[in-house]
Design a protein around this ligand. Structure first.
Ligand code: IPD
Length: 266
């Protein structure tokens, strides 16, 4: 049988090694100077190198498994296991050497996430979770904040890359702003989900995330007591990913619907 703890061990080893590579090989002048190629190319190169390292390490031990990565795309396998990878989540932070970025590795068995790792080496934080067993940051067990009224909730969110989507996302965030304590845009969806898990924010929502941004972080948030989902009981998807403790979740969901965040055309 598949032991989720052993899958977690492999996910942790892969995420940690990829994180070390991304720290050690980041050119010091990446955010400022003219590098040989453009800064975004360097980031893409680093993303690709980190993802290849993860792929090789995991497939070296489990050659039959399937893979979904931000850079390399989907690869099918013959086992029930699929690895879902974002080699660097928070690439803009990485580019500027803001420490808030992470390597995200989620492990699914028959389509259900059973283990997840979010490694944030420049924060000194390694988030882990096993389905049904809990979530941790380093050795500390994670628990969401108690339910709060929306008016005193600190809400994390993020914005996509396309101009039209950003315009609408900005308008929605602007309309939400007077109804909450404050809004944070920290720049990594995976770490936003971990922040919900750690009780560092009261909730998170975002339109336009991909499965690899969310896979590990969603399990970490769920195992810490959050509800993670989309609108109207749907699973979290590209349309909407919401994460918050029970009660806070419903209040945020309601407010976002009132503000038209569930519209299909953005
Ligand atoms: C992005 C980050 C960001 C979120 C974007 C994502 P990337 O991932 O998670 O916080 O707002 O939606 O695409 O591009 O850095 O891997």
């Amino acid at each position: 049988a598949l032991d989720p703890w052993r899958l977690l061990d492999l996910a942790r080893a892969a995420a940690t090694q990829a994180a070390r590579l991304a720290v050690e090989r980041r050119p010091a002048d990446l955010g400022v100077a003219e590098t040989k190629s453009s800064p975004t190319d360097v980031v893409t190169e680093m993303d690709t190198a980190a993802e290849s390292l993860i792929r090789e390490l995991i497939l070296g031990q489990r050659p039959d498994d399937a893979f979904l990565g931000e850079e390399g795309g989907a690869e099918s396998g013959r086992s029930a296991v699929r690895w879902v990878i974002d080699p660097i989540d928070g690439t803009v932070n990485y580019l500027y050497d803001l420490p808030h970025w992470a390597v995200s590795v989620g492990v699914e068995v028959d389509g259900i996430t059973v283990a997840g790792v979010v490694a944030a080496p420049r924060l000194g934080e390694l988030y882990t979770a096993v389905r049904g067993a809990g979530a941790w940051c380093n050795d500390e067990k994670l628990r969401v904040r108690p339910t709060t009224e929306l008016g005193s909730a600190l809400i994390a969110t993020g914005f996509g890359y396309r101009a039209e989507r950003r315009r609408r996302q900005g308008a929605i965030a602007g309309a939400l702003l007077p109804r909450v304590r404050d809004i944070r845009r920290a720049g990594s969806a995976a770490l936003d989900l971990c922040a919900v898990a750690a009780g560092r924010v009261d909730g998170y929502y975002e339109r336009g995330t991909h499965h690899w941004d969310r896979c590990a972080g969603a399990l970490i948030a769920t195992e810490a007591g959050a509800i993670v989902g989309g609108f109207e009981g749907a699973p979290a998807s590209e349309q909407m990913a919401l994460a918050a403790p029970p009660g806070t979740f419903e209040a945020l969901h309601e407010a976002l619907r009132e503000l038209g965040a569930d519209a299909v055309d953005y």
